[in-house]
Design a protein around this ligand. Structure first.
Ligand code: URA
Length: 283
């Protein structure tokens, strides 16, 4: 039997039926054309950890679930270190992918964006079995604090771990004077710092580990996306560790309009027939 994400039970069905569009998320700053991507994980009340990410990227635009690409696999690995295999749910700060430099920061305090996000966080965090919230990056931390101010009693019962974003190493090394190895070590030290308190506040549903990260990614630190998280019929390579979606095109307009989806080599299981040799011209 193949597991799959069963979709959106109440009250989430009403939230996905009535989501903010371009009037709230301007298309100058958000890739509204790729549609909203709402969540990944359990919506049946069994989530013990709520992960608040930033915004969807290419793999998420295609699979229609958040944190599916490399960032998601890093987070899945973090959950595994807490002994959490299934009992989690993830939502993003922004429903749409941020476009351009500073797009996210410009909309950090937008009330209409926060109102819709808070409706999700209320449904996930008020009177549920969630005991901890992991926010990924500064925008997610601000979003969590904005929600907590509206629900102080619920927030007081939760452990909040404000983590660096899983793609901090790539963005920080691109931006500045640190190497990717250095920024990766900074991320992992930050995650290590938060792991003990998270373990104290989260009841494992699987094999609990007591290991920490090293100074670089090691085997087992990235974990495949569980099948139960993606829509029915998702091809097996969508769960895989190999990247399969990227923005392509010779100019910014084409690139914004195009996501290339390529079946990873390992997943090309079709028979390869010899290419027929073209007929030679007569004479
Ligand atoms: N993909 C998401 O959906 N969220 C993130 O924060 C990063 C990648």
């Amino acid at each position: 039997m193949t597991e799959f994400c069963p979709g959106y039970p109440a009250p989430f069905d009403a939230l996905v039926a009535d989501y903010p569009g371009q009037d709230v998320y301007p298309s100058a700053d958000f890739r509204v054309e790729w549609g909203p991507v709402f969540h990944r994980g359990r919506l049946d009340g069994s989530a013990r950890v709520v992960v608040l990410g930033q915004d969807p990227a290419t793999h998420e635009a295609i699979s229609r679930r958040i944190l599916v690409g490399e960032a998601g696999q890093r987070v899945q690995g973090l959950l595994a270190k807490l002994g959490i295999d299934r009992s989690y749910v993830m939502v993003n700060t922004f429903l749409y992918s941020v476009y351009g430099q500073g797009g996210g920061n410009r909309h950090e305090d937008d009330e209409a964006i926060a109102a819709y996000r808070n409706a999700w966080l209320d449904a996930l965090l008020v009177g549920t079995g969630a005991t901890a919230v992991v926010s990924l990056g500064q925008l997610a931390e601000t979003a969590y604090q904005a929600w907590a101010a509206t629900q102080p009693a619920a927030a007081a019962r939760l452990h909040h771990a404000p983590l660096r974003h899983p793609t901090y190493p790539e963005s920080a090394s691109r931006a500045g004077n640190k190497t990717l190895a250095e920024t990766t070590a900074i991320l992992l030290a930050d995650w290590n710092e938060h792991l003990p308190a998270l373990r104290d506040h989260v009841m494992p549903d699987g094999m609990s580990q007591d290991t920490l990260y090293g100074t670089g990614w090691q085997d087992g630190d990235l974990v495949r996306i569980p099948q139960a998280d993606l829509p029915p019929g998702s091809p097996s390579w969508w769960f895989d560790l190999a990247a399969w979606a990227s923005r392509t095109g010779p100019d910014v307009q084409t690139k914004r309009a195009t996501i290339s989806v390529v079946v990873p080599r390992r997943a090309r299981l079709w028979p390869v027939l010899p290419t027929p040799t073209p007929p030679t011209p007569e004479g």
